[in-house]
Design a protein around this ligand. Structure first.
Ligand SMILES: Cc1ncc(COP(=O)(O)O)c(C=O)c1O
Length: 501
C-alpha cells in the first residue's frame, strides 16, 4: 500500500488534520527509511551469498532432469555436501543446533532411519511398531518429568518439534475454552517465552499478553497475576527460556494459574532432557514439572537434548480430557473415518523410531553422563566470560550462557566471532549473545578456544569500533522503532530468498 497516496487522498478528505499530522511524520521518517533500505540491500546481498554458496559450483535444477541421475552420483554429491557442512558444527562452533553429533551416535540413528524410512504412523495397521515407539517415547518422557509422582495420569503425543508441541498446546487450551464465557482467549507469557507462543496466538486467533521479566530474567509473578483475567486460557513459563537459559518461577506461576482456574504450560523444550539429570547430579533445579499440581501441560524436545534426529518433540497433558482437545477427527468425510492427533496428516515414522532408539540406547546413565559433561563445560565457559571486563553475563543459567556489554557493541562482537567460525545467537532487549552448550562443546579444547576467540573478538571491536559488517547493523537497527518495519520486511525477503533457486 502506498501510504503517501492514502494520506493525500482518502484520509485527507476524511480528516485533514490527522492526515497532515501523519504526513509530516511520514516525511520525517522517510529519509531514515531510505537510508536503512539502502543499507539493507547490502545486507540482503551478503545473506544471499551466505545461503546460496553452491549456485556457481553445482547444477541448479529448475525442472527435473529429463533422464534420472545415477544414484551413486547423487549419493556422492549428498555425502560431499554433508561433509563440507560438518565443519560448521562438528567441532563445537555452533550454539545449540546439533546436541549430540558424535560419529557412532549419528551412524546408529542413521541405521534406524534407514530401516524405518517408509513408515507412516497414520497407518497404525501397517506399522504397529511406530505406535509402540511413539507411545513409549511419550511414557518415558513423562516419567522423566514427574509423571510417577502425581496421582493424575500424564498423557501426550509425539510432534515434529518444539514449535508444533507449543502450537498444539495452545490450540488445546483454546478449544477447551470454546463455548465458555471467554470472548477472545488469551495467553499470558513472559516476554522471554519462545516466539512459538506468538506464532500459536497468530495462527489460532488468541490474544498474546506479555509480562515482563525481573532483573534475573525470570517472569515477574506479580505482573503475571495482574495479567490473568477471565479470558485467560493458559499461563506459560519456561524451564529454561531460550534467550537467557533462566528458569521461570514455575512453582509460583503454576500455583497462581491453578488458583485462577486456568491451565499452565511449562515449556521445557530446551531443558526437559537436561534439568531432571542436572537435579540428580546435585545442581540447583527448582521444581518445574508435573510434580507441581498446577502444571497442566509440558513440552520437551527429543530432538534437542534428547539426542534424537531432528524432527521430534513431545507434548504432554495432565489427563486425557485435556489431550482430547488437541485431536482432530472426521466421521463424515468421503475419504473415510479420519483422525489425526497432531498438525500433520502423514508423518515420518522413521523419526519417531529414531527418538525411541536414542532414548533406550542412551538410558538414564547416558543422559546423566552427557548432562554432567555439558554442565561442567558450561560452568567453565560462564566463569571465563565473567572474567572479560567488557562483558556481563545475564541471568543465572545452567547451560545457556548469555552475555551483553556496556563497553562494546555486542553485535560487532558476534560478527567478529562469526569471522572466527562461530555461530552464536543474537538476542534483543537487552542486546546480547548466547551460546547454548551441547555435547559438541565438551570435547577437549573447545571451551578454551571459545574463550580465546571471544577475548580476541572483543579486542578487535575495541581496536576497530564500527568496522564489523554482516548482521551487526541489522540487530542494531532492529532496536529502533522506525527501523523495525524495515527489518520485518528484510526478514520476509530473506525467507523469499531461501526458496529461490
Ligand atoms: C524454550 C524453547 N521452546 C521452544 C523452542 C522451539 O523449538 P523448535 O525449534 O524445535 O520448534 C525452542 C527452540 O530452541 C526453545 O528453546
Amino acid at each position: 500500500m502506498d501510504l503517501e497516496k492514502v494520506l493525500s487522498g482518502p484520509l485527507r478528505r476524511m480528516n485533514p488534520r490527522l492526515a497532515g499530522w501523519a504526513y509530516s511524520g511520514l516525511r520525517r521518517v522517510a529519509p531514515i527509511r531510505r537510508r536503512l533500505e539502502a543499507e539493507f540491500e547490502g545486507v540482503v546481498a551478503g545473506m544471499e551469498e551466505a545461503v546460496k554458496p553452491y549456485r556457481e559450483e553445482l547444477t541448479t535444477y529448475r525442472r527435473m532432469p529429463g533422464i534420472g541421475l545415477d544414484r551413486a552420483e547423487v549419493l556422492s554429491l549428498m555425502k560431499d555436501l554433508a561433509d563440507r557442512e560438518e565443519a560448521g558444527w562438528k567441532d563445537g562452533f555452533a550454539s545449540g543446533a546439533v546436541y549430540h553429533g558424535q560419529d557412532d551416535h549419528v551412524a546408529f540413528l542413521s541405521k534406524v532411519i534407514e530401516a524405518h524410512s517408509q513408515v507412516n504412523p497414520l497407518h497404525a495397521d501397517l506399522w504397529p511398531s511406530a505406535i509402540k515407539f511413539e507411545a513409549e517415547v511419550v511414557a518415558m518422557t513423562s516419567s522423566m518429568l514427574g509423571a510417577g509422582e502425581t496421582a493424575d495420569e500424564i498423557v501426550g503425543t509425539v510432534t515434529s518439534g518444539g514449535t508444533e508441541s507449543i502450537l498444539l498446546a495452545v490450540k488445546t487450551y483454546r478449544d477447551r475454552a470454546a463455548g465458555k464465557r471467554t470472548k477472545r482467549p488469551e495467553i499470558v507469557a513472559p516476554v522471554t517465552a519462545h516466539v512459538a507462543f506468538d506464532k500459536a496466538a497468530h495462527y489460532f486467533g488468541l490474544k498474546m499478553v506479555k509480562v515482563p521479566v525481573d532483573e534475573t530474567f525470570r517472569a515477574d509473578v506479580a505482573a503475571t497475576a495482574g495479567a490473568v483475567n477471565r479470558n485467560t486460557v493458559v499461563v506459560v513459563g519456561s524451564a529454561p527460556s531460550f534467550p537467557h537459559g533462566t528458569i521461570d518461577p514455575i512453582t509460583e506461576l503454576s500455583t497462581l494459574a491453578a488458583e485462577r482456574g486456568v491451565g499452565f504450560h511449562t515449556d521445557a523444550c530446551l531443558g526437559g532432557f537436561v534439568l531432571p539429570w542436572a537435579d540428580k547430579l546435585g545442581y540447583p533445579v527448582p521444581p518445574f514439572d508435573f510434580r507441581l499440581p498446577g502444571v497442566t501441560s509440558m513440552s520437551a524436545d527429543t530432538h534437542k537434548y534428547g539426542y534424537a534426529a531432528k524432527g521430534t518433540s513431545v507434548v504432554m497433558y495432565r489427563g486425557r480430557e485435556l489431550r482430547r482437545h488437541q485431536y482432530f477427527t472426521a466421521s463424515d468425510w468421503p475419504g473415510g473415518l479420519y483422525f489425526s492427533p497432531t498438525l500433520a496428516g502423514s508423518r515420518p515414522g522413521a523419526l519417531s523410531a529414531a527418538a525411541w532408539a536414542a532414548m533406550v540406547s542412551m538410558g538414564e546413565d547416558g543422559y546423566l553422563d552427557a548432562t554432567a559433561g555439558i554442565l561442567e563445560t558450561a560452568a567453565e565457559i560462564r566463569s571465563g566470560v565473567e572474567t572479560v571486563p567488557e562483558l556481563n553475563v545475564l541471568g543465572d543459567s545452567l547451560f545457556v550462557i548469555a552475555f551483553g556489554s556496556e563497553a562494546v557493541d555486542i553485535y560487532q562482537v558476534m560478527q567478529r566471532m562469526s569471522e572466527r567460525g562461530w555461530s552464536l545467537t543474537g538476542l534483543h532487549h537487552p542486546p546480547a549473545l548466547h551460546l547454548a552448550v551441547t555435547l559438541r562443546h565438551t570435547a577437549a579444547g573447545v571451551a578454551t578456544r571459545f574463550l580465546e576467540d571471544l577475548q580476541g573478538s572483543v579486542d578487535d571491536v575495541k581496536a576497530h569500533p564500527g568496522e564489523a559488517g554482516g548482521v551487526a547493523p541489522v540487530y542494531g537497527m532492529a532496536a529502533t522503532v522506525p527501523a523495525r518495519a524495515v527489518v520485518d520486511d528484510l526478514l520476509e525477503r530473506y525467507v523469499d530468498l531461501l526458496f529461490e533457486v
